[in-house]
Design a protein around this ligand. Structure first.
Ligand code: OGA
Ligand code: NI
Length: 292
């Protein structure tokens, strides 16, 4: 299994997990409250709507850059932190009535699954057990995406091409198709597998693995028939964590490809180059040393 995870993370940057331990009824209950949330009347949701990125729990439309993005996205989203639970739960939506209870349990399970997967990845990379524990995976936040049916899917994307800036993402994509991954110049679909969890490698895991693992670009296409709701749990380092290629993975033959930096510095660059992964990574790259 460790080999399979590594192979998929090197080749695709994406894989799906079945028998992941998150109870099926919890996943269904989660999906139900997320759908119910977005189906509530506008007046019920209006107080959560905000364009202020500093607001911890907020509902917004399209991306974080609504005013300056070239094309708007066919997407609403709700985002909030999930850890530590006692601190953040008070800011979560109060409706639907079951939201807090269900999402609390779901987020604890998602964090547990992420920790297990990170442990397999550290084993596969040959890093010590617990390498990603603590600061590298301290933050957990949830983004619930709601993609309404789109009258003309050829004119709008649900989410344009991007890489996730964090360490690793745990996604419940439900049963409706829409997610695509860019590989070898082509978009390939991530076919929904009932109750599977989609996992993708974020920019920080690519950097820490010194480019062994791939943070793949992905996007979401729209459809004209049904709405699509997805829940993405983002596992991230805390803001002041120093990120750099793991020392055991670099030596005289494998020089580090990135300089050390604070995670918050990466986020700043990432959000000012929204959607362009090469530009986001550029300031952190080290020139390969050529020896003659
Ligand atoms: C994301 C994302 C995919 C989806 O939230 O970063 O890529 O299918 N979501 O909603
Ligand atoms: Ni993403």
């Amino acid at each position: 299994m460790v080999e399979q995870i590594l192979k998929a993370s090197e080749e695709f940057g994406f894989f799906q997990v079945i028998n992941h331990g998150i109870p099926e009824n919890l996943m269904n209950q989660g999906m139900d409250v997320f759908k119910e949330f977005f189906e509530m009347p506008t007046e019920e949701k209006a107080m959560l709507y905000s364009e202020d990125p500093k607001k911890t729990c907020r509902l917004s439309t399209s991306s974080a850059n609504y005013d300056w993005e070239k094309n708007h996205l066919w997407r609403d989203n709700l985002r909030h932190p999930c850890h530590p639970l006692e601190e953040c739960i008070k800011d979560w939506p109060e409706k639907p009535i079951k939201y807090r209870e269900v999402v609390a349990t779901f987020s604890v399970e998602a964090k547990k699954l992420a920790s297990r997967i990170l442990e397999f990845i550290s084993e596969g990379l040959g890093l010590e057990s617990g390498y990603f524990r603590d600061k590298l995976s301290e933050e957990l936040s949830l983004v619930v995406n709601y993609y309404p049916p789109c009258p003309d899917p050829s004119l709008a994307l649900g989410f344009s091409k991007h890489c996730d800036p964090n360490l690793i993402t745990i996604l419940h994509q439900g049963d409706i198709y829409g997610l695509q991954v860019f590989k070898d110049g082509e978009w390939i679909g991530v076919e929904p597998l009932h109750n599977a969890i989609v996992v993708n490698i974020g920019n920080q895991l690519q950097i820490i693995s010194n480019n062994k693992l791939k943070s793949a670009e992905h996007r979401v296409v729209t459809n004209s028939k049904v709405s699509r709701t997805t829940a993405a749990f983002f596992i991230s380092p805390s803001d002041d964590t120093i990120i750099e290629p793991a020392k055991p993975l670099t030596d005289a033959c494998n020089s580090p490809l990135y300089r050390p930096f604070e995670y918050k510095e990466f986020l700043r660059t990432f959000f000012s180059n929204m959607g362009n992964n090469d530009l986001a990574l550029e300031p952190f790259k080290l020139q390969a040393k050529l020896s003659i």
